[in-house]
Design a protein around this ligand. Structure first.
Ligand code: BGC
Ligand code: BGC
Length: 624
């Protein structure tokens, strides 16, 4: 009697826990199914495939580089991508992107084995290539939130907005650990410490892939760039000379660290991404002690697949094999033999296909390596449910209703609020009153959505402009929306005409850039930006400066002049999140994800330095 009562009680408790874990959306405890558990389905298919079909699975061509759509069938392509500027012919609308995806997928389904395509895209902060998508803060800002639950939500919405076009693969998250703020990809990292890459990278993978890749709302994630992309030494990057437009002192450079140091600093994000079930990883353009990562057997096969147990597949970066030594055939042989599984060959996919075929026939790439690569790719395709013949592979148009919705924007707004870092707040200027007679706004970025979003937005490098994408809110508009009816908000780009206002708000900082072109040896504020602050200050009013940037900048002069200062990073389309904090609806909670340098000569400055004396320490952030 007593034992059965205990038993019933236990059953009840068990069921209650199950129900609770479902309703609470608790995904962090779910352990993803291993990729090798699909091998019993993969092997019979692999056994049917010709060498040509196998090589096709290993080939990723680009939409923009496609010679002829029939090539999808002729070369049995396993994947297509759209890089930063590889847009649909008819523009960047949701329907154009959907049409492009469906065009390629329908072709793949016509091949003998009808193996569906993986279509890859750089959805780095929302589905950022598509007009009207919600654009989230870049990772540097998310790092300041220190909030994995929020990052998971952000990534989940990103996945949903990608799936609205049918596309099933995002080249994200970037789990780089940038050490040198002069690097133009600093903002793609969550922060300068391995902790942030580990915790937030894991959350991003869970958000993108969901608890099960089968879920039609999830996308395949891709942790990148393996390994050490953020640790290159200044002066080792790609350069055609200091006075040329191709001078990138850090991008694609060399990382000079012992294996122990590399592991501790740069591999942590991959440990947790694998734990979260990431299905693909992108080796880096950069080198480790002089050896390109895309050709390194030590990194790709021994460490990542062997020791770390990665069972998904590796996708090379854009034309990355071109940077290996030797002619194209030896580049391919080196990379595939070192462990690369799929190769991103945007334009030269025909050459890649025939070169790899002859390398196999000549015995320079063993068939066992080809089979291993294809097995890994197919595992992931099975895990995603792509091989389920009953499932439609066309875009789910129901998802389009929620694309860029108010509900999605609310999460972006929340992440903007939590990413802001208050660096100065003299005489408690903040929070501002919503009811002064007049607020004067200034600065080139006060009314510029492009500057708010940064690189990788609608185009590869991003661009300035108020109207780069519909549906967003600039900081000027956000202030106008937030203040009371009786408050007048005036604006001049150069900050002039502030006389008589109660308070001034100046929004300044960087203009958009991305990889390569973002490397910079001068991170000081421009003359134009400083003049806007000075003009505002001349009116004798208290001034708040809001900095929009992809990294810490040299701000000493601006800091001295202003009364309050906020680092807002690259917040994306939801400028209202900035107003939420400055007018006191929410307290600031953001903490620096990077150490803030005093001067250019102090860079690189990191919390791990032996003598550490930055302007603001990693983790700094005021509140009230
Ligand atoms: C970048 C990657 C990106 C790829 C595809 C490369 O140049 O390094 O981060 O995913 O292009 O656009
Ligand atoms: C980028 C692509 C971009 C291309 C333009 C690549 O390095 O990753 O996204 O479209 O360069 O040439």
């Amino acid at each position: 009697m007593r034992t059965s009562a205990v038993f019933i009680l236990l059953v009840f408790v068990f069921l209650a826990c199950q129900i609770f874990s479902i309703t609470s959306g608790d995904t962090t405890s779910a352990k993803p199914k291993s990729f090798s558990s699909y091998d019993s389905q993969v092997e019979p298919l692999l056994a049917k495939m010709t060498l040509e079909e196998k090589i096709g699975q290993m080939t990723q061509a680009e939409h923009g580089g496609m010679k002829d759509i029939k090539d999808v069938e002729y070369y049995f392509l396993g994947s297509v991508l759209s890089g930063g500027n590889s847009d649909p012919e008819t523009g960047n609308s949701l329907s154009s992107w959907t049409e492009v995806y469906e065009r390629y997928q329908s072709r793949a389904l016509k091949t003998r084995l009808a193996i569906p395509l993986l279509y890859g895209i750089d959805a780095l902060h929302g589905n950022n290539n598509v007009l009207g998508a919600v654009i989230f803060p870049h990772n540097i800002g998310l790092g300041c939130t220190r909030n994995p639950q929020l990052v998971e939500k952000v990534s989940k919405i990103t996945a949903e907005e990608v799936r609205a076009t049918g596309i099933n693969w995002a080249f994200a998250p970037c789990v780089t650990v940038p050490q040198d703020d002069r690097w133009g990809r600093t903002y793609e990292g969550f922060g300068e410490t391995p902790e942030l890459a580990r915790t937030l990278g894991e959350a991003a993978v869970r958000g993108l892939q969901g608890d099960d890749l089968m879920n039609p709302l999830s996308v395949l994630a891709c942790a990148k760039h393996f390994a050490g992309d953020g640790g290159t030494i200044f002066g080792t990057g790609v350069s055609k000379g200091p006075n040329t437009s191709e001078h990138w002192p850090l991008d694609r450079g060399d990382v000079r660290l012992s294996e122990k140091e590399l592991r501790e600093l740069h591999l942590q994000g991959y440990v947790s991404a694998i734990k979260a079930g990431v299905g693909s990883i992108m080796p880096s353009y950069s080198s480790w002690n002089g050896v390109k990562c895309s050709g390194s057997k030590r990194l790709m096969t021994e460490i990542l697949k062997g020791e770390m147990g990665f069972e998904g597949f590796l996708i090379s970066d854009y034309n990355a094999l071109d940077e290996l030594p030797g002619d194209s055939k030896s580049q391919i042989a080196q990379s595939i033999n070192a462990g690369m599984d799929m190769v991103m060959v945007p334009e030269k996919y025909r050459e890649f296909y025939s070169n790899l075929k002859s390398l196999v026939n000549e015995g320079k790439v063993p068939m066992t390596r080809i089979d291993d690569a294809v097995k890994r790719i197919l595992r992931v395709k099975f895990a995603m449910g792509l091989m389920d013949k009953k499932r439609s592979l066309m875009a789910d148009r129901n998802l389009q209703k929620n694309f860029g919705s108010a509900e999605h924007r609310a999460v972006a707004r929340e992440s903007v609020r939590q990413s802001l870092v208050v660096l100065k707040n003299d005489k408690k200027l903040l929070p501002l009153s919503k009811k002064p007679a007049r607020i004067h706004m200034g600065g080139k970025s006060a009314d510029d959505l492009g500057n708010q979003c940064g690189g990788w937005t609608i185009s590869w490098q991003g661009q300035s402009g108020k109207d780069i994408t519909p549906g967003g809110t600039t900081i000027l508009q956000a202030v106008q929306n937030a203040v009371s009816k009786g408050t007048k908000v005036t604006f001049s780009k150069d900050g002039s005409g502030a006389n008589g206002a109660d308070v001034g708000i100046v929004v300044v900082g960087e203009t958009p850039y991305a990889e390569m072109f973002g490397d910079s040896t001068d991170l000081s504020l421009s003359k134009e930006d400083l003049a806007a602050i000075t003009n505002m200050k001349k009116a004798g009013i208290p001034v708040l400066v809001i900095l929009l940037s992809g990294r810490p900048m040299i701000i000493n002069e601006a800091l001295e002049q202003c009364d309050a200062f906020i680092a807002a990073w690259l917040p994306g389309t939801e400028g209202q999140g900035v107003a939420d904090v400055i007018f006191g609806d929410f307290k600031p909670t953001g903490k620096l994800s990077f150490s803030w340098p005093r001067s250019m000569s102090q860079i690189p400055v990191n919390i791990s330095d032996k003598s550490y004396n930055p302007l603001f320490k990693y983790g700094y952030g005021l509140t009230w």
